[in-house]
Design a protein around this ligand. Structure first.
Ligand code: PMP
Length: 364
């Protein structure tokens, strides 16, 4: 397997150490003689694990006690509904900042539950975060929603917007645990696990306590943050194995330099790729403005700025032959996308760069 270099956008590569640990405990979890998949979610074993993993999240992100850490199901898109269902009833209206395809999808889902305003002008393509001074924020909004890292477009915030007291909610599906940030600037953040912190099945929500107790009456119980908090995320059967995988990844992050190190490596890995793209005389072309280039997902074109589809297909085919996989850009935008989540190593990136240089020599 070591000659495979997985740059998938999600589900994505997991650290090999985590697999070693999982293999060991798969059929005999912590000496219980049975797997976690066969264990009751009301057992002391799971109650302890649940608490342990919440503690790791709290330590890594420095989450204060007035924030609840919740483990839910339904993925990132589940929370596209979960956010309005839990937060929109206060005023019936919410502001969405549109910086890419995921924030559009989030806004569309939220529309089912109330009035959604776009706080930023419509754009033809997503290559930056519009300057905060141009945002049209409604002081009466129940919350302001942003997508901190647009996985498809490769646009990432490098600042936390000041929303003048209106709770800020962030989709961090594709960059949670990739950098240090001040969680107290947010009312809530959420992230699915299958990109940077584990496998599909569990979605983490971190929410400030004073925002609880206002879910819409129609909110399904399993999406109700208040009920989930009251039940310590054991309202119904949690995806325990996915939560355990997430816990293993989070402990791996903790052992390997915490978020400071993850951020340093994300900057290093992404810069190696962007710098080479920028030096390629336009053969490779990364459309996002430098300041807002994602440190997790790097979309680029091969050939002219809009891409030469045949050349891009060739790029993907040749890369796969060398074990460089899951490089195809999202079908909505095309091109190539390299994802360099925490578990992707500098060595993986070096192998990719050697391939990109060779491909340039053959085709430029
Ligand atoms: N938000 C972002 C930023 C994403 O990248 C994704 C998944 N690609 C989602 C939401 C949706 O996540 P899920 O597939 O878990 O619903």
């Amino acid at each position: 397997m070591s000659n495979i270099h997985n740059f998938g956008a999600g589900p994505a590569k997991l650290p090999s150490e985590v697999f070693d640990e999982l293999e060991e405990e798969l059929v005999n979890f912590n000496g219980t003689g049975i797997s976690l998949m066969e264990t009751s979610h009301r057992s002391a074993t799971y109650i302890k694990l649940n608490a342990e993993i919440q503690d790791v999240v709290r330590r890594l992100l420095n989450v204060p006690q007035n924030y609840k850490i919740l483990f839910l199901q339904g993925g990132g898109q589940g929370q596209f509904a979960g956010v309005p269902l839990n937060l929109m009833s206060r005023t019936g209206t919410a502001d969405y900042v549109i910086t890419g395809i995921w924030s559009v999808i989030a806004a569309r889902e939220a529309r089912k539950y109330g009035n959604v305003r776009f706080a930023t002008p419509q754009q033809d393509s997503y290559v930056n975060i519009p300057d905060l001074s141009t945002w049209d924020l409604d002081p009466n909004a129940s919350y302001v929603h942003i997508c901190d890292n647009e996985t498809i477009d490769g646009v990432e915030y490098d600042f936390i917007p000041n929303t003048n007291g209106v709770p800020l909610v962030a989709d961090m599906c594709s960059n949670i645990m990739s950098k240090k940030f001040d969680i107290t600037k947010f009312g809530a953040v959420y992230g699915c696990a299958q990109k940077n912190i584990g496998t599909a099945g569990v979605t983490m929500v971190i929410v400030r306590e004073d925002l609880l107790n206002q879910a819409m009456p129609a909110c399904p119980s399993v999406f109700d943050w208040t009920l989930t908090a009251k039940n310590n995320s054991i309202l119904n059967t949690p995806p325990m194995q996915a939560i355990e995988v997430m816990g293993r990844v989070l402990k791996w992050i903790e052992r390997n330099g915490k978020l400071e190190k993850m951020e340093e490596l994300a900057v290093k890995k992404s810069s190696m790729i962007y710098d080479y793209i920028d030096q390629s005389n336009g053969f490779y072309y990364a459309p996002v403005e430098k300041r807002f280039r994602s440190k997790m997902n790097i979309p680029f074109r091969v050939g002219p700025p809009k891409g030469d589809v045949d050349l891009e297909n060739q790029f993907i085919e040749d890369a796969e032959k060398q074990g460089l996989i899951q490089l195809r850009g999202h079908s909505l935008v095309g091109g190539i996308r390299v994802s360099v989540y925490n578990s992707v190593t500098v060595e993986d990136v070096e192998v990719l760069l050697r391939f990109m240089k060779e491909f340039f020599k053959q085709h430029a």
